[in-house]
Ligand binder design. Sequence first.
Ligand SMILES: [Zn+2]
Length: 93
Amino acid sequence: MTDKKHQKKIKRAKKKKKEKAQAQEAQNKLKKQMGMFDKLPEVCSTCEADFPKTREAHMTWRVVVKPEKEKVWLFCPDCQENAKKLVEKQNEV
Ligand SMILES: [Zn+2]
């Protein structure tokens, strides 16, 4: 095996280790978030639209969790769109 190849292998092993650590971190984060789910609001945090407990809603609504503040926000697709527009507008200025 050449040195170059060997180095590549080490690099790859390091990357794998990092990926594993990241996966672990993500899982811990998820666990924390799961604990926050009882705090999940039932309406949009902006327009107070009802959150439909459907699979589609889970895919389209956005959940923002701030564990340090023990707060969960829920944003309906409309409000996400509005927020996006607002940001775009701010960027234009
Ligand atoms: Zn909304």
